[in-house]
Design a protein around this ligand. Structure first.
Ligand SMILES: CC(C)(COP(=O)(O)OP(=O)(O)OC[C@H]1O[C@@H](n2cnc3c(N)ncnc32)[C@H](O)[C@@H]1OP(=O)(O)O)[C@@H](O)C(=O)NCCC(=O)NCCS
Length: 149
């Protein structure tokens, strides 16, 4: 059973540090800096109450859209629905905001696992941003309309 909660922004730094150390793409410092801004939200997934986090998702709420900045599942807990649970939670939170019309994200062209996840979650590939990343790789932009509940 996967439980998803919003990171309380303080009091769980050891858990945040342990989780960020599994994930080189977005450091502890960058995550903490983002969370100083109230528009950023970190969702964390637990498999049981006592275990460390098994996944996380950072998103940002703009005026008319929400943007997924990263989604990560601990390699030992992949293919068990962790990312699906995290994404659904974010989607529910964005659906409750009347101004939010769309969810968007960008992903490396070579990240086939993440792209497969996004297609499963009914996001649509809308365009390519050529040489978007510092190493020259293209970004694929995915979007999904936010449906009101
Ligand atoms: C991409 C990632 C988040 C998927 O996490 P996950 O918890 O294993 O995904 P889920 O178990 O929730 O998968 C949900 C669906 O996505 C699809 N999917 C997930 N991983 C997949 C893979 N490696 N290949 C193909 N499809 C995949 C499947 O359709 C799956 O549905 P199913 O369970 O009905 O088969 C995980 O592989 C990861 O953390 N990768 C490294 C970080 C990353 O690249 N993040 C994205 C860019 S920020």
């Amino acid at each position: 059973m996967i439980t998803v909660l919003e990171y309380p922004r303080e009091g769980e730094e050891a858990a945040l540090q342990a989780h960020c150390s599994l994930w080189e793409y977005w450091s502890l410092e960058e995550t903490k800096k983002s969370l100083l801004d109230p528009r950023y939200h970190l969702l964390v997934a637990r498999a049981t109450d006592s275990e460390p986090w098994v996944g996380s998702l950072l998103y940002w709420v703009g005026i008319e859209h929400g943007e997924l900045l990263y989604i990560f599942t601990d390699p030992q807990h992949r293919n068990q629905g962790v990312a699906r649970a995290l994404f659904s939670h974010m989607e529910m939170q964005l659906q409750s905001l009347s101004s939010c019309k769309e969810i968007c994200l960008e992903v490396r062209a070579s990240n086939h696992a993440a792209q497969a996840l996004y297609r499963t979650l009914h996001l649509k590939e809308t365009r390519i941003r050529k040489k978007y990343y510092a190493d020259g790789e293209d970004a694929v932009i995915f979007t999904k309309e936010t449906r009101r509940q």
